[in-house]
Design a binder for this molecule. Structure first.
Ligand code: NCD
Length: 312
């Protein structure tokens, strides 16, 4: 295992080799029909989620349990954060309980990086504000690689609320590192000011048709209403008409293009139900891949922390 990171904070911190190491590791877990591995037996993983989640939280829980770890879930609504405890104090207390890894989702960009610098426990970023969502990008790459054989030279169109999307950021970084061409498509109000800063292969589009022309992969994004400061789209109906993925615009992509979405999907807004449930959709494959990818990540960060302690 080439992996040496005690934390997984973002794709920005990973090399091409690190990314491939996780994908190959996930491949192994994915192919084992019934996993009875006890790689993390006796270990404790705490899911600390300060923002809503269905897929990511459950998937980390299943991943930890398949590896034999004890998994504890903490949700904002029931934690002492509602009594005024700071994030760092929460984390220090969980560390005192001898948790091996904390899987953290937080509305503030950089929150996991902040706590990682002052804890011995491994921190896995499960989404920080509009910044990064590394395990989502890894499971997306895993899904694409299984369907397309590799990522080198593929055209991947990411369309929607790019500005507020941690999924778009992590994917642009990862796909660029593995040699895919990344097209970002959004209304001007939902596009970052410098999209090219996300990677050398990134190009921005203001219309969906040219963005989809010849695409191998189409990734749709939900409008992050929880992160919108003011009105940035005229109306949901108008948005669906101009930036939604339906069978008409999907025809601009390659006939064998795959359709992805990190979920939760807003049917009839960014994606037409006929496309979401259609033969090109791999949305549920992404969810399935999530467990194997998170197993590979948890295994790696905890082993790296062990190795670091052994050296100290
Ligand atoms: C995404 C997230 O939370 O960033 N969902 C997920 O983790 N699968 C995308 C979203 O909420 O739109």
């Amino acid at each position: 295992m080439a992996w040496t990171h005690r934390h997984l904070l973002g794709i920005a911190e990973l090399s091409r080799e690190d990314i491939l190491d996780v994908l190959d590791g996930a491949e192994r877990w994915f192919d084992m029909k019934r996993v009875d591995a006890r790689v993390l037996h006796g270990r404790t993983i705490v899911n600390v989620f300060f923002e809503s989640s269905t897929r990511t939280r459950t998937s980390f829980e299943v991943a930890g349990k398949r590896l034999g770890a004890d998994v504890v879930n903490i949700a904002l609504q029931t934690s002492s954060v509602t009594k005024g405890e700071t994030l760092l104090d929460t984390v220090r207390n969980l560390e005192a309980l001898r948790a091996d890894a904390l899987v953290l989702r937080h509305a503030a960009s950089g929150a996991p990086h902040f706590v990682a610098s002052s804890t011995r426990t491994s921190i896995v970023n499960a989404g920080d504000g509009a910044h990064e969502h590394p395990t989502q990008a890894l499971l997306d790459a895993f899904t694409i690689r299984r369907r397309k054989g590799g990522l080198e030279g593929l055209v991947v169109t990411i369309c929607g609320d790019v500005l507020h999307s941690r999924v778009a950021r992590s994917n642009a970084l990862l796909l660029g590192a593995l040699g895919a061409e990344v097209r970002l498509c959004a209304p001007r109000t939902l596009m970052p000011r410098q999209p090219e800063a996300l990677g050398p292969t990134v190009r921005a589009f203001e219309k969906i048709e040219p963005a989809l022309e010849g695409a191998d992969v189409v990734m749709m994004l939900r409008i992050q209403t929880e992160r919108l400061a003011g009105a940035t789209i005229a109306s949901t109906r108008e948005y669906a008409r101009t930036f939604g993925l339906n069978t008409r615009v999907l025809a601009y992509a390659k006939p064998d293009a795959i359709v992805m979405h990190p979920g939760p999907i807003n049917r009839g807004v960014e994606i037409d139900p006929r496309v979401a449930d259609g033969r090109q959709s791999v949305i549920l494959d992404q969810v399935e891949a999530g467990v194997a990818v998170r197993m590979a990540v948890l295994e790696r960060v905890i082993m790296a922390a062990d190795a670091e302690r052994a050296r100290a």
